[in-house]
Design a protein around this ligand. Sequence first.
Ligand SMILES: [Zn+2]
Ligand SMILES: [Zn+2]
Length: 129
Amino acid sequence: MKIGQRRSKQRELILEELKGLTCHPTADELYEMVRKRISNISLGTVYRNLELLAANGVILKIETGGKNRFDGTSAPHPHIRCIQCGKVDDVKQQIEAPPLDRLQARGYEVQGCCIEYFGLCPDCISSSH
Ligand SMILES: [Zn+2]
Ligand SMILES: [Zn+2]
Protein backbone atom coordinates (compact mmCIF):
# COMPACT_ATOMS: atom_id res chain seq x y z
CA MET A 1 0.00 0.00 0.00
CA LYS A 2 1.49 3.26 -1.15
CA ILE A 3 -0.42 5.43 1.31
CA GLY A 4 0.51 3.20 4.24
CA GLN A 5 4.16 3.38 3.30
CA ARG A 6 4.11 7.14 3.09
CA ARG A 7 2.41 7.34 6.48
CA SER A 8 4.96 5.16 8.22
CA LYS A 9 7.78 7.10 6.56
CA GLN A 10 6.35 10.31 8.01
CA ARG A 11 6.07 8.67 11.44
CA GLU A 12 9.71 7.58 11.24
CA LEU A 13 10.83 11.11 10.47
CA ILE A 14 8.72 12.58 13.27
CA LEU A 15 10.22 10.08 15.71
CA GLU A 16 13.73 10.70 14.43
CA GLU A 17 13.31 14.45 14.83
CA LEU A 18 11.93 14.11 18.36
CA LYS A 19 14.67 11.72 19.46
CA GLY A 20 17.30 14.20 18.30
CA LEU A 21 15.93 16.91 20.58
CA THR A 22 16.68 17.53 24.23
CA CYS A 23 13.89 20.07 24.66
CA HIS A 24 10.44 18.62 25.08
CA PRO A 25 8.48 20.21 22.26
CA THR A 26 4.74 20.64 21.93
CA ALA A 27 3.16 19.16 18.81
CA ASP A 28 3.14 22.65 17.25
CA GLU A 29 6.83 23.19 17.92
CA LEU A 30 7.72 19.79 16.51
CA TYR A 31 5.53 20.46 13.48
CA GLU A 32 7.59 23.58 12.69
CA MET A 33 10.76 21.47 12.77
CA VAL A 34 9.41 18.49 10.82
CA ARG A 35 7.98 20.80 8.18
CA LYS A 36 11.52 21.74 7.15
CA ARG A 37 12.07 18.11 6.15
CA ILE A 38 8.60 17.18 4.89
CA SER A 39 7.19 20.35 3.38
CA ASN A 40 3.69 18.96 2.74
CA ILE A 41 3.08 17.43 6.17
CA SER A 42 0.08 18.74 8.11
CA LEU A 43 -0.17 19.67 11.75
CA GLY A 44 -2.91 17.05 12.13
CA THR A 45 -0.55 14.33 10.87
CA VAL A 46 2.07 15.36 13.41
CA TYR A 47 -0.55 15.35 16.20
CA ARG A 48 -1.92 11.95 15.22
CA ASN A 49 1.49 10.32 14.94
CA LEU A 50 2.67 11.73 18.26
CA GLU A 51 -0.47 10.43 19.99
CA LEU A 52 0.00 7.05 18.34
CA LEU A 53 3.68 6.81 19.29
CA ALA A 54 2.86 7.80 22.86
CA ALA A 55 0.01 5.28 23.07
CA ASN A 56 2.41 2.57 21.92
CA GLY A 57 4.97 3.55 24.55
CA VAL A 58 7.58 4.58 21.98
CA ILE A 59 7.71 8.15 23.26
CA LEU A 60 6.44 9.92 26.38
CA LYS A 61 3.57 12.35 26.45
CA ILE A 62 3.98 14.94 29.18
CA GLU A 63 0.69 16.32 30.40
CA THR A 64 1.34 19.86 31.54
CA GLY A 65 -2.18 21.10 32.08
CA GLY A 66 -1.75 23.25 28.99
CA LYS A 67 -0.38 21.94 25.71
CA ASN A 68 1.03 18.44 25.94
CA ARG A 69 4.74 18.07 25.34
CA PHE A 70 6.53 15.09 23.88
CA ASP A 71 9.74 13.34 24.85
CA GLY A 72 11.76 10.97 22.66
CA THR A 73 12.97 9.11 25.74
CA SER A 74 10.31 6.63 26.77
CA ALA A 75 11.92 5.22 29.92
CA PRO A 76 10.54 6.92 33.04
CA HIS A 77 12.73 9.82 34.08
CA PRO A 78 12.11 12.92 36.18
CA HIS A 79 11.34 16.32 34.69
CA ILE A 80 11.50 19.91 35.83
CA ARG A 81 8.77 22.19 34.47
CA CYS A 82 8.81 25.97 34.49
CA ILE A 83 5.47 27.24 35.77
CA GLN A 84 5.92 30.54 33.93
CA CYS A 85 6.92 29.66 30.35
CA GLY A 86 5.99 25.97 30.39
CA LYS A 87 9.43 24.73 29.36
CA VAL A 88 10.17 21.14 30.39
CA ASP A 89 13.72 19.92 30.98
CA ASP A 90 15.24 16.63 32.08
CA VAL A 91 16.57 16.40 35.62
CA LYS A 92 19.30 14.22 34.06
CA GLN A 93 19.42 11.70 36.82
CA GLN A 94 18.10 8.18 36.52
CA ILE A 95 15.41 7.21 38.95
CA GLU A 96 15.17 3.84 40.57
CA ALA A 97 13.02 1.36 38.73
CA PRO A 98 9.46 1.82 39.93
CA PRO A 99 8.17 -0.97 42.19
CA LEU A 100 6.19 -2.54 39.37
CA ASP A 101 6.10 -6.04 40.79
CA ARG A 102 4.67 -4.78 44.06
CA LEU A 103 1.99 -2.81 42.28
CA GLN A 104 1.17 -5.76 40.04
CA ALA A 105 0.93 -7.98 43.11
CA ARG A 106 -1.72 -5.58 44.40
CA GLY A 107 -3.67 -5.98 41.18
CA TYR A 108 -2.62 -2.80 39.39
CA GLU A 109 -1.85 -2.59 35.70
CA VAL A 110 0.84 0.09 35.47
CA GLN A 111 0.69 2.17 32.29
CA GLY A 112 3.21 4.88 32.97
CA CYS A 113 5.19 6.86 35.46
CA CYS A 114 5.53 10.59 35.85
CA ILE A 115 7.82 12.40 38.24
CA GLU A 116 7.79 16.14 37.89
CA TYR A 117 9.45 18.98 39.73
CA PHE A 118 8.20 22.47 39.04
CA GLY A 119 9.49 25.98 39.54
CA LEU A 120 11.08 28.75 37.49
CA CYS A 121 13.64 28.25 34.74
CA PRO A 122 16.84 30.37 34.62
CA ASP A 123 15.46 32.46 31.74
CA CYS A 124 12.29 33.36 33.61
CA ILE A 125 14.23 34.16 36.78
CA SER A 126 16.62 36.49 34.97
CA SER A 127 13.83 38.22 33.03
CA SER A 128 11.91 38.97 36.24
CA HIS A 129 14.80 40.99 37.69
ZN1 LIG B 1 10.57 29.63 32.21
ZN1 LIG C 1 12.50 14.08 29.32
